[in-house]
Ligand binder design. Structure first.
Ligand code: FES
Length: 118
């Protein structure tokens, strides 16, 4: 299993307006430049570690990340993951999920939030 170290609480991620509603972006965060997939739907924005649960690779091959109908897609074997919880709904790893990155809104910015209990 891939282990991920969260950037410190309060680390700036991006402006909320950087993420189109119904879309997704990849942001390199903190001093380690940790890649986070930030998605946004009508319920708000969520972050996920940019590592596919099928094979530990970033979801995107180039600078853009593909999303459609509130799901983000992996470029490698075309798994799709729900914006709402990162669950794989089709493709190579059904039932597995992206790792959630807790985000908080501060003004017009998204920041790394305190880690929630597991
Ligand atoms: S690496 Fe993402 S679907 Fe295989």
């Amino acid at each position: 299993m891939y282990r991920w170290s969260a950037p410190p609480e309060g680390t700036d991620v991006c402006a909320i307006s950087d993420v189109p509603t119904g879309g997704a972006i990849v942001v390199a965060v903190g001093t380690q430049r940790t890649e986070i997939v930030v998605v946004r739907d009508a319920d708000g924005a969520r972050g996920f570690v940019n590592i596919c649960p099928h094979t530990p690779l970033p979801l995107n091959i180039d600078s853009r990340i593909y999303s459609h109908e509130n799901e983000v897609h992996c470029d490698h074997h075309f798994a799709t993951f729900r914006f709402s919880d990162g669950l794989c709904t089709a493709g190579a790893c059904p039932g597995e999920a992206l790792t959630l990155v807790p985000l908080a809104i501060e003004g017009d910015r998204l920041k790394i939030a305190a880690k929630t209990a597991e």
